[in-house]
Ligand binder design. Sequence first.
Ligand code: SF4
Length: 392
Amino acid sequence: MLQNLHLPQYYKSTLIEQIKSQAPNSARDQTPYTVQLGKLTFKLARHFGFCFGVQQALSLAYKTIAENKGKRVFLLSEIIHNPIIYDDLVKQGIKFLMDSKSNILIPFETLKPDDIVLIPAFGITLELRKHLQDLGIDILRYDTTCPFVQKVWNTVKKLGQTGYTIIIHGNPNHEETKATFSYAQAIAPTLILKNKNEALKLADFIKDRTELSKFNANFRHCSKNFDPQQDLIKIGLVQQTTMLTNETEEISEILKTALNQKNKAENIGEAIFADTKHTLCYATQANQLATKVLCQTSNADLAFIVGGYNSSNTKHLVELASQDLKTFFIKDSAEILNSKTIRHFDIQTSTIQETTDWLPTKSNLIIAISAGASCPDKALEEVMLKIQALAT
Ligand code: SF4
């Protein structure tokens, strides 16, 4: 399925390829890789880095650039959330119509029908799709939307057609959730839940369906004319594919239990709560599980997660790693200023911070390391080599 990829060589890493070649046959084996570099021991998560959807999206982007010299090639917004890739695409001459917050950078009205507009891996809203088509842009040919995101949309469609209200576990400001919301609300009442806390509040409402003011105060991301008393009877839950899978499963249990209590039933089954486990992205699940196992079992002194600071899947890896180890979230090796100071992203405050004395001086140092689904192997290699150089 992933043959004939058009990915630049400079994203690849011989070191990471060698490490990955040690993988056992069983995909279920989560034992971290062990690599000795000088005095340092690195433990790498069993699953990390480019997922299927990212490889496919980047391949189409680079192929399109190579085959369309002289044409104007645009990306609707960031194809995936990684600054190394963003900068390289800019260098290749790609122009961005919007930033990742949907602010317009280039007015759509300046597009001409023979311009090429690449659709990012997260997909786009129905409204934007129509807008581009109305301008005569061929968006089907250059659509890099990941098939796993499309699977969520197909499920949303089926659920909506069979009378379910759609609940999306996602970040309302993320491009993918905006796109899924647009597909869902076109066919069914739809609501976005950001996290487990919101699910608990929604469950409380479902149990008696009386406190409308509380519902209105807590839930702002609903489709037009959402009627909380009528629209929370039959529910289908889907996920922004990069959210914490465990949290989605918890939310599913919370909502199912609330519906059971409301209906005074033991188990309501699919009649009013749809089972959508099949829509969870394999790469997100694998990377999250591998990072958890890495940080719980590697006996490491500290952890690194490498990836873009606006990358949803990478932030969730950081969240998981931080539960067990002191963790630095860095976008690339340039964030390691020297053996004293490191610059890194703090997911609690959403700010870039500097920490001093980050590198322990003890012997037999063990570093746990993983990378988000949008991080090139080369970036991970550079981080490992820089830490090794500073530790010796
Ligand atoms: S994380 Fe999953 S859904 Fe997202 S691009 Fe990768 S494979 Fe597709």
